[in-house]
Design a protein around this ligand. Structure first.
Ligand code: GAL
Length: 453
């Protein structure tokens, strides 16, 4: 009787937890709550906009099953599939630990990070979460003392031998290493529809001037918006690549260490270029996710899209083929430069399931985990010993470029600025999209650097 009551209570508690999770998080969060002896109830909850929340509740009367709660924003477009591939490796290595996938969709992490922030605020951290190498990690979670150093794991797994020297300082503070990088992404990639270009007699542009000429020709031939863009974070993404193209790498790097003046002529020129580039983009950008913008290129509605190389994960997932469905080059004016970001996973301080989180991080940093994840995700492994035979044409070119190009950091994806500075820049971009005032935009950027830099 007692056992039955406890079981019922456990089930009700689990359902209450799930209901709370559903009401507070975004549309397509999938939640798994496990407790007890392996009996399972599955519930599917459809939310207002047609997206679906799947809930698995395991109830029972034995000890809490061993589990690890991992938080990310990989819910679709090649990204969820990449994570799933790594979960397969995890499940094989740790069959007794349940992987609780707390991915929250949307906005290159904007939505997920809002949910994460409120959980951290409430002292209810997931065991491990996705964070970008660089200032996002150091200036946010390390600064707030929310994550544990992982030097012991680096020593145990020999990771210092295989993780790139460029990356370690970006995930370290005072000799402590704070995360496990799973990949390297490139942000300065121009994706294009080869058929559209061939039909218009256009070759891939290599300079900003060639880019303008190609975009003008496409518009003159009747393509209203030859450069596909999506919601606001993708505008910031476009901004960072065009600024790099316009200013050059020394000046771009100097914006983040104070050696380039935000109110100087290089920034003015960069903003003029950015303003011009925006005239070629679609009017409905704000309503489109990055995958939607990529789809416009696949459909031939647009010729180009500037997006990180996760776009290739999406292209491949929808069955498009390199060189026939899509082609690529460095963003015009940035050849020889690799504007990078790296997704990494952290260990929460006071993680509810610390041992299990360490098991997850061990897989995330392993060769097998990275070689399962990255070919699907559309990124190259953070480790230098990935098996090249598993990667397609684009990713092999990215591996070569990563090894030989000049490496510089992404703004949108956490490398060069901490969260508060980035958010001020985002506000300035939002205003600029409304008023188009370059001088006001530059003044706002200079003020943001003054306040946060
Ligand atoms: C980035 C992240 C990538 C990809 C992208 C779009 O911030 O680093 O892995 O997820 O967002 O979702």
């Amino acid at each position: 009787m007692m056992r039955k009551t406890l079981r019922l209570f456990g089930l009700m508690l689990a359902i209450a937890l799930v209901a709370a999770a559903c009401s507070s998080s975004s549309d397509d969060t999938s939640t798994t709550v496990a407790s007890g002896d392996g009996e399972t109830t599955e519930t599917t909850v459809a939310s207002g906009d047609g997206e679906t929340t799947e809930t698995t509740v395991a109830s029972g009367d034995a000890d809490m099953a061993s589990q690890v709660e991992v938080f990310s924003w990989w819910t679709g477009g090649g990204e969820a599939a990449g994570l799933d591939a790594m979960i397969v490796v995890f499940d094989a290595a740790y069959p007794d630990i349940e992987f609780v996938n707390q991915a929250v969709a949307g906005g290159a992490g904007t939505n997920a990070r809002a949910v994460l922030a409120s959980r951290l605020q409430a002292n209810d951290p997931p065991d491990s979460w996705q964070g970008h190498a660089g200032q996002e990690l150091i200036g946010t979670y390390v600064a707030a003392d929310q994550i544990e150093p992982l030097n012991f794991l680096y020593e145990q797994e020999g990771w210092l031998e295989v993780m790139p020297d460029t990356l370690i300082p970006l995930i370290s503070k005072d000799g402590n290493i704070y995360s496990v990088p799973v990949n390297i992404h490139r942000s300065n990639v121009l994706w294009a529809n080869p058929t559209v270009l061939a039909d218009a007699g256009i070759t891939m542009p290599t300079t900003l001037d060639e880019f303008y000429t190609a975009l003008d020709a496409l518009q003159a031939a009747g393509m209203e918006a030859p450069l596909a863009m999506g919601e606001q974070w993708t505008t910031m993404h476009l901004f960072e690549t065009i600024m790099l193209a316009s200013m050059g790498t020394d000046a771009w790097d100097g914006l983040w260490d104070g050696s380039t003046a935000w109110d100087g002529p290089e920034v003015t020129q960069g903003l003029d270029d950015f303003a011009k580039i925006l005239t070629y983009t679609n009017a409905d950008a704000a309503a489109l996710a990055w995958q939607d913008a990529g789809q416009l290129v696949l459909d031939g509605t647009a010729a180009f899209n500037i997006m990180g190389d996760w776009q290739e994960g999406f292209f491949r997932e929808v069955g498009s083929e390199p060189q026939t469905g899509y082609t690529w080059a460095a963003v015009p004016g940035t050849d020889g430069n690799f504007q990078f970001l790296s997704d990494s996973f952290v260990l929460a301080k006071s993680a509810p399931n610390r041992d299990e989180a360490i098991a997850w991080l061990t897989v995330a940093g392993s060769l097998e985990g990275q070689d399962a994840f990255n070919p699907v995700k559309g990124s190259i492994p953070a480790r230098s010993d990935g098996d090249r035979s598993l990667y397609g044409e684009y990713l092999l070119s990215a591996m070569d470029d990563w090894a030989s190009d000049r490496v510089t950091g992404s703004l949108t994806h956490g490398v060069v600025a901490n969260d508060s500075w980035k958010s001020e820049i985002d506000t300035a971009i939002g205003l600029f999209l409304i008023d188009g005032d370059v001088a006001g935009f530059q003044a706002a950027l200079a003020a943001a650097a003054e306040a946060s830099g």
